[in-house]
Design a protein around this ligand. Structure first.
Ligand code: B12
Ligand code: SF4
Length: 543
């Protein structure tokens, strides 16, 4: 097939400019910018999202296709910037026209930006495709009416290749599993695609495709899916595992070709396949010995893995330095509502075990989780906050994030709150606020939405303080004190490093919160919240 590929003939109702006579085509995958006031923007500048890299890598292997990733959060020196936010796509299209543009919709807070860019490209007649965790349930239709031609549902490594073949006119879209598109104005979802199981068939994610970015923390993976079923979480499905050898190969490749040193293993639950995880840790230990270089590795793990000292010892030796743990809450009733399967009374002792093994603990908390129906629990907001503060202090958590509950699409939490008519309409409080810093539904009485937000911020504010600037200086002055640990230099160094690093992060956190607060003051969220509440009230009165 040559010439323009006119989708009007297929009943799409518009004409796109896909030129199938070209010898090579380009797919650009865009990672949309975080909203201006997002507290993760700093981290985003040092890393990138793994999913889009996997997608681009799969396409880059296809005959006649080149792929690139443009991460709007990490444009560094050469990335063309838009005056307001993100990249200058007009420039990109002039310089290196893309034939198809894909969008990463893994983070709901970036969705308004994603739709804006989708419209921009679509107006130029370019085929637009989106994928990622945001696209579930009614969000599929929303995307297809917001400038997206095709949504890929779930993992995309295989689907994207078939979809691009269809765009070239070599395959029929209706035969492709795991996509959604509009036909005669109706949303068509094709049968679900089976989750990937043989990861060895896939090429290793190629970070050199991320144009412009400077990556210092590399996201890597071995497992997908999680066997737990926390109510608020979008990660679902039986876990599937790649061989430890594959992850070691990826890490060593990045070390040896890109001088990578920091890695974030993004698996939701490290240690799920226990014996294989220990084998991976031993391989990582031996590799580091072999190259005479220590890596810095962060993993996400459940608190109850502290009951497995053999696993923890292996992780320690593998240079896993930081464990990110979803504590969520120190309040029993909230943990039960989340279906978290951990008891509040065990949390302190389990955290201490991680510290005993020398790990830095990053604690992830959710403040103000709504109780389940029929449960008699109405703790005042101040008391709730006190529980959190006391626990964080007693457990000596190294770094914390205290977020509000986010009723993400496709989760049981969203279904429950929607049934109770408590979720603010996205017409009032848009997707850009779905990052854990804003109230998105009517909280349990006697707490108000404003109180819930202020309390979470206060807990963070007590943790990340200006005074840590002075304590950083104290750490620097105390460095020569290491001489007293000559008999056990490693222990002395670890203790000193932990204090110094935590103080640095706590001071940095203070700056971030300050910046966020001043941006929040300039934003009209309070008016939006007020409107959203009023709309809920009138809806309830009408019902
Ligand atoms: C690493 C990570 C982060 C990192 C970096 C995020 C990033 N990706 O840029 C950091 C620490 C910054 C982060 C922060 C947050 N995160 Co986070 N994070 C993750 C995590 C653990 C791993 C993501 C990953 O690499 N997965 C592995 C890859 C291979 O899978 P994938 O991204 O789904 O990609 C596949 C498909 O989705 C699809 N696909 C992906 N991109 C594209 C593009 C195209 C064109 C196509 C066709 C297909 C496609 O194909 C890919 C390959 O099969 C996920 C959990 C998870 N398992 O996904 C949560 C997750 C993405 N985070 C989540 C959340 C809620 C947050 C936070 C709000 C706070 C929090 N709870 O920690 C903040 C929000 C920041 C913000 N700006 O709003 C939610 C997002 C849900 C949502 N709808 O928004 C997730 C799913 C976890 C959960 N519990 O539900 N996060
Ligand atoms: S929050 Fe963590 S443990 Fe719970 S289902 Fe999600 S990934 Fe699994």
């Amino acid at each position: 097939m040559t010439g323009l590929f006119n989708r009007d003939k297929l009943g799409f109702g518009f004409v796109d400019m896909f030129d199938s006579s070209k010898k090579r085509h380009r797919l650009r995958v865009v990672i949309p910018a975080y909203p201006a006031f997002n507290i993760y923007s700093r981290i985003a500048r040092t890393t990138t999202a793994l999913g889009p890299v996997c997608v681009a890598t799969a396409v880059n292997e296809m005959e006649g296709w080149d792929a690139e990733v443009v991460d709007e959060n990490n444009l560094r020196r050469y990335g063309p910037r838009d005056k307001l936010i993100g990249a200058d796509h007009e420039f990109l299209q002039r310089r290196r026209p893309a034939d198809v543009v894909g969008f990463y919709g893994g983070l709901t807070s970036t969705i308004p930006r994603l739709y804006k860019l989708a419209r921009f490209y679509k107006d130029k007649g370019i085929v637009t495709i989106a994928g990622g965790q945001h696209f579930a349930e009614e969000n599929m239709a929303e995307a297809l009416h917001s400038g997206i031609d095709y949504v890929v549902i779930g993992e995309a490594e295989q689907t994207i290749k078939e979809l691009l073949r269809a765009v070239e006119g070599k395959q029929d879209v209706s035969d492709i599993k795991g996509i959604a598109y509009l036909s005669d104005g109706q949303v068509v979802c094709t049968p679900a695609r089976e989750p990937l199981t043989d990861f060895d068939k896939l090429p290793l994610p190629d970070f050199s495709l991320v144009r412009y970015a400077k990556i210092s923390i590399y996201p890597v993976e071995r497992t997908r899916g999680c066997a737990m079923a926390c109510e608020f979480c979008t990660v679902k499905g039986k876990p599937r595992y790649a061989l430890p050898e594959r992850l070691l190969e990826h890490i060593s490749f990045l070390v040896e070709t890109r001088s990578a040193r920091h890695f974030f293993i993004v698996d939701d639950l490290f240690g799920q396949q226990r014996d294989e995880t220990i084998r991976l840790c031993n391989m990582l230990r031996d590799y580091q010995k072999g190259i005479n270089r220590r890596l810095v590795i962060t993993v996400q793990i459940r608190l109850d893995k502290a009951r497995d000292p053999e696993l923890l010892a292996a992780m320690q030796q593998a240079s896993i330095r930081t464990v990110a743990i979803g504590f969520e809450s120190p309040i029993e009733e909230e943990l039960a509502a989340m279906n978290k399967r951990v008891r509040a009374e065990d949390m302190l002792s389990l955290t201490r075990i991680y510290h005993k093994f020398g790990f830095l603990v990053h604690g992830m908390f959710i403040f103000g989780y709504p109780k389940t129906e029929g449960v008699n629990f109405n703790m005042p907001v101040k008391e709730r906050a006190k529980y959190f503060r006391t626990f964080i202090k007693r457990a000596k958590i190294d770094t914390v994030q205290v977020l509000l509950p986010v009723p993400l699409a496709g989760t049981q939490l969203r279904h429950r709150l929607a049934r109770q008519n408590r979720i603010y309409s996205t017409d009032d409080v848009g997707w850009e606020y779905y990052d854990g810093s804003f109230p998105l539904f009517e909280p349990d009485e006697p707490m108000s939405a404003e109180e819930m937000q202020q309390s979470a911020r206060k807990i963070m504010g007590r943790f990340y303080q200006f005074k840590y600037m002075f304590l950083i200086a104290a750490s620097i002055f105390s460095f020569p004190g290491l001489v007293f640990f000559l008999h056990n230099l490693e222990f002395g160094w670890r203790r000193w490093y932990r204090d110094w690093r935590n103080r640095l992060i706590r001071f940095g956190g203070w700056i971030t919160i300050r910046r966020w607060t001043s941006q929040f003051r300039n934003d009209d969220f309070s008016q939006k919240l007020h409107k959203a509440k009023e709309h809920l009230r009138t809806q309830a009165e009408r019902a």
